[in-house]
Design a protein around this ligand. Structure first.
Ligand code: TYM
Length: 346
């Protein structure tokens, strides 16, 4: 195994590929927002980079999870990665809790993080207002675990939606703080935020982000929604009374649907405006729904096959965890040494 890992490493060094790390929480069913903001870009980037794609189950338990749902979704998220086009031969796909270095580095980095900066994270402020006094300490420390995820792999690029930008900035601050306190240890990662699709909005309240934790199922499209459900949800999507397909901040519902169509079909915004001129919204909405169905249906079919093949998924996450641990452990050892811990004797 070690020989194979060494060989892998040598090949990667020879290719001199930069490193990508990203992840999705198995805290709810994945949405079209997760797909367009993150996953679709991972698929595009995977050939140029040495990629680590993680199912971040440790992040998911910052809010209450039903154990059997968490188990099912963790495997389903992995299956979605593969079905969407991530090649497990090229990229390292793994489950976060299988690589203990994530929790260990998170603890160490917690000791270099300020409560004030964590309190200022907008996602924490939003979520803590929802949970009141029973908000978990895990939710406050969540971005530190995310920083550990990224920094363990000496990551160059992190492809995420815009809602993760602030967490990326904190990751960079923590890395710089540690590097300055000791000596260069961590690579400073850059975010990769797509120009369009970085924030897919709710279909019911288009001024809010489409979110898997919303209480209203009409507000989001799930990656696994059947075609007839997708069509229904899009036909019910909130637009406006103007009846013009135009890319404008005054028409947030229409703008969101245009972005979805543009990111799925590649048709330019100008071409979309022209195509539906003088036609109202009915045909436009139908076409948006078809574009989503065309993209998601083949993925859904593959996911259904993959989730019945537990042995295959197990072989992927076992190999992934070995590959990830090898790199993660090297970084962690370096960090422990710099802090002044006594190395474990062999
Ligand atoms: P999560 O699980 O909330 O979302 C996963 C990815 O989907 C993106 N996303 C969206 N993009 C566009 N429009 C939307 N409506 C939308 N909703 C979600 C997110 O930006 C994200 O890229 N903390 C992270 C998971 C994480 C992580 C990491 C990411 C943990 N460690 C290290 C990158 C690197 C999260 O909660 O994502």
């Amino acid at each position: 195994m070690v020989e194979k890992l060494e060989q892998n490493k040598v090949e990667k060094l020879e290719q001199n590929k930069k490193v990508i790390f990203s992840g999705i929480q198995p805290s709810g069913e994945l949405t079209l927002g997760n797909y367009l903001g993150a996953l679709k870009n991972w698929v595009k980037l995977q050939h140029e980079y040495d990629c680590y794609f993680c199912v971040v189950d440790l992040h998911a338990i910052t809010v209450k999870q039903e154990p059997k749902d968490l188990r099912r979704r963790t495997l389903e998220v992995m299956a979605i990665y593969i079905a969407a086009g991530i090649d497990p031969e090229k990229s390292t796909i793994f489950i976060q809790s299988h690589v203990a270095e994530h929790t260990e580095l998170a603890w160490l980095l917690n000791c270099y993080s300020y409560v004030g900066e964590l309190n200022r994270m907008t996602q924490f402020k939003d979520k803590s207002s929802k949970y009141g006094s029973s908000v978990s300490a895990g939710l406050l420390n969540y971005p530190v675990l995310m920083a550990a995820d990224i920094l363990l792999y000496q990551t160059d690029l992190v492809p995420v939606g815009i809602d993760q930008k602030q967490h990326l900035e904190l990751t960079r601050d923590l890395a710089e703080r540690f590097n300055n306190a000791y000596s260069p240890t961590f690579k400073i990662p850059e975010p990769y935020i797509p120009e369009k699709g970085a924030k897919i909005m709710s279909l019911q309240e288009p001024e809010k982000k489409m979110s898997k934790s919303s209480d209203n199922p009409n507000s989001f499209i799930l990656i696994m929604d059947p075609p007839e459900v997708i069509r229904k949800k899009i036909s019910r999507a909130v637009t406006d009374s103007l009846g013009i397909v135009k890319y404008s901040d005054n028409q947030p519902g229409v703008k969101n649907l245009m972005i979805i169509l543009n990111t799925l079909t590649g048709e330019s915004i100008e071409a979309i405006e022209k195509k539906y001129e003088g036609q109202g919204y009915a045909k436009f909405k139908e076409d948006v729904a078809e574009a989503i169905v065309n993209e998601l249906k083949p993925i859904q079919d593959k996911v259904k096959n993959l989730t019945t093949d537990k042995a295959y998924l197990e072989s992927i996450y076992k190999e992934g965890a070995k590959r990830a641990s090898y790199i993660a452990n090297k970084t962690l050892r370096k960090v422990q040494k710099k802090i002044g811990f006594i190395p474990v004797s062999k």
